[in-house]
Each structure stands twice: as C-alpha cells, then as structure tokens.
Design a protein around this ligand. Structure first.
Ligand SMILES: Nc1ncnc2c1ncn2[C@@H]1O[C@H](COP(=O)(O)OP(=O)(O)OP(=O)(O)O)[C@@H](O)[C@H]1O
Length: 324
C-alpha cells in the first residue's frame, strides 16, 4: 500500500474579492521509502499542497478530495490524532530556517521539544537523542547549548532537519529546504537529505522551483502549473526528456544542480504565471506556450499517459499517444 495517496485534492482560499483556486484536482501517490519532488514556479500551489497534507492551512482555506496517510484520511482526522501525526509520523521542514527557530531558546531544547511533548522520551533520554540527531545532521553535540544566532544559515537548516527527524517520522515534507542558502551549502544540505532518506528509509516530498535539484534527490517528479499537476513521472526522465512544454522550460531554466548563472532567470519561459482568480480558458499554460495550437485556447487536456509510468497534460502528448 502507498504511504500517501492524494485523490483529487483541491484547495481554495476565500478572500474578500472572491475565491483563489490554489490547488486544482491533484492526484498523486507516494510509496514507502520513496522520494517525490514537486516542482513549479512561484504561485503554482506547491506550498499550499504541502500544508494541506498536514492540515496546516489557514482557516480561510477550503480543502476538497481525499488525503490518505497510511490509509487514514487526514482531512477527517480528529484534531488530537492530527497533532500526533504531525512530527511523530510526518514532519515538515520549511524554507528559511531562521523563521522556524525560536531565537531565545537553545538549539538542544528546541530539538528535544517534540520528543518531550509527545511523551517519547524523558529529559535524560531526550538529551542523548538530541546529541545523536545533531551528529546525524553533521553538527557536534556541544551545539545543543548554542542559540540560533550563533549558527550559520546552513547550520540552522541542519537543526531544522534534526527537529524534523526527532520523532523518527515516516514522511518528511521539505518545502524549498535549501532556497535561502548559498550554492556550496545548498549542495551539502541536499546530500545530507539524500543520505538521511536512504539510511532511514524515510519517505520524502520535496518542493522546489528548481527541477535539477529535485531530479538529483527524488525518484518521482510532479510538475505543477496554476494549481494542477501537468506532468508526472520518474524524475530523471522528466528532467532530461520532459513531455510537457512547461516542464521543458523549467528544466532548461535550471540545467544543473544549483547552477548560479541559470538561477538568475528562467530561460525560454516568457511571461508570468497566471493569476489563479483569472485563469485563461483552455490549457492554463497556452498564453506562454511556445508550441500552443489554436485549440489549446479552449481545450483543457487532463493528464494523459505518456510512456511507462509517465503522464502529461498536453494536447501534443495526447495526439502522439492516440496516433501510436
Ligand atoms: N493565505 C492565502 N490567501 C489567499 N491566497 C493565497 C494564500 N496563500 C497562497 N495564496 C495563493 O495561492 C496560490 C498558490 O500559492 P503557493 O504559495 O501555494 O504557491 P507556491 O508554488 O508554493 O509558491 P512559492 O514558491 O512562491 O511559495 C498563489 O496564487 C497565492 O497567491
């Protein structure tokens, strides 16, 4: 059985001027021990989807569909159970570690907190576990006594990862975990994430706008555009041979992991993503698509099989598959 199953998940924010359809009909699965990358430009709905998985969305968000974590429906779970699931079964690492840490509490106390709160360890055992976790993320045990401002950005992100690992979760959701870091440190944190996932058999959902980073870390990739998954498949295949013109443009924007030059501007992708409250008719990508046909302005194609374990939501893919 899959560890995580999303079935037709949608998220709509209610704001004063109307409704923002941030995530639209996303269906995905994640096997135990597998790593799924979710890619897309800013505003494509990646973080909204990640927060929906652990019911961390603000109250003005309405979530539809089904989210099954190990067979249990997250959306109908009682709050007590939901709190236990967060950290203990699935935890989340956000971008910009400086915002996730309390500046006036020692690192060790912050890492120990979920263990103590969930009753998984008493003081002495928690102290030992903190030392072990710091070592796992490549920091010396004495760092437990440090305050966040005494650490570099990369070290703080390692602390966030240690916190996420504290209760030995089965799933970690990493939302742009390396975005705020410089390129060298980014590479170190990425290889740490890869190592931890492989060694502990943890499942991973990693979110990034950088397809090359995701292809390096994850087995599967889902590319999102305007709240929908427009391509899905094995990550290296999607990265090197994208079927959807949007995924192709994203892959061209970030040809190699952390390439500082290509990070500056997404080459080959003109224009901006659409305002979700004013989505264009037909395929949402058609106004920016270099290979759009006339019919793309009215025809919105669903995900279509595009080879083994692959799918893409594009009329060209559908035509090719229908012809073969
Ligand atoms: N609390 C909110 N209220 C209203 N609209 C929101 C809210 N949060 C996000 N949105 C909108 O939902 C859409 C998806 O946003 P989201 O942050 O999920 O995208 P993203 O792909 O994670 O982008 P980024 O990489 O910039 O974080 C955007 O149009 C955004 O403006």
């Amino acid at each position: 059985m899959s560890l995580l199953e999303l079935d037709d998940v949608s998220v709509t924010y209610r704001i004063a001027s109307g409704e923002v359809p941030a995530v639209r009909g996303v269906s995905l699965t994640l096997d135990s021990g597998a790593a799924l990358g979710v890619a897309g430009e800013s505003g494509s709905g990646k973080s909204t989807l990640a927060m929906a998985l652990l019911r961390l969305l603000p109250r003005d968000a309405r979530v539809g569909g089904r989210i099954l974590l190990d067979g249990e429906d997250v959306l109908t779970m009682k709050w007590g159970r939901m709190r236990a699931v967060r950290w203990a079964e699935a935890s989340i690492v956000f971008q910009g570690a400086q915002h996730g840490l309390n500046p006036v509490r020692r690192i060790g106390d912050q890492i120990a907190e979920p263990l103590l709160v969930h009753g998984l360890a008493k003081q002495e055992a928690a102290r030992k576990r903190v030392a072990e976790l710091l070592e796992q993320v490549g920091l010396p045990a004495w760092r437990a006594r440090s305050y966040p401002h005494e650490l570099s950005g990369g070290q703080r992100q390692r602390v966030m990862i240690a916190m996420a690992l504290a209760c030995s979760p089965r799933l970690i959701i990493a939302d742009e975990p390396t975005t705020a870091l410089d390129v060298m440190v980014q590479a170190q944190v990425l290889s740490l994430i890869k190592k931890l996932v492989a060694e502990h058999g943890i499942s991973l959902i990693m979110i990034s706008h950088d397809l090359s980073v995701l292809a390096d870390v994850c087995d599967q990739l889902a590319v999102m555009y305007a709240g929908r998954v427009v391509e899905h498949g094995p990550s290296r295949e999607v990265f090197h041979d994208a079927k959807h013109p949007y995924s192709r443009a994203l892959a061209a924007a970030f040809p190699t992991v952390g390439d500082p030059v290509s990070r500056l501007a997404p080459k080959g992708l003109g224009g901006d993503p659409p305002d979700p409250m004013q989505l264009p008719g037909g395929c949402s990508f058609h106004p920016r698509c270099p290979v759009a046909l006339e019919e793309c302005a009215t025809l919105d194609v669903d995900l279509w099989p595009a080879g083994e374990r692959r799918s893409a939501a594009c009329v060209h893919v559908r035509e090719k598959e229908e012809a073969s």
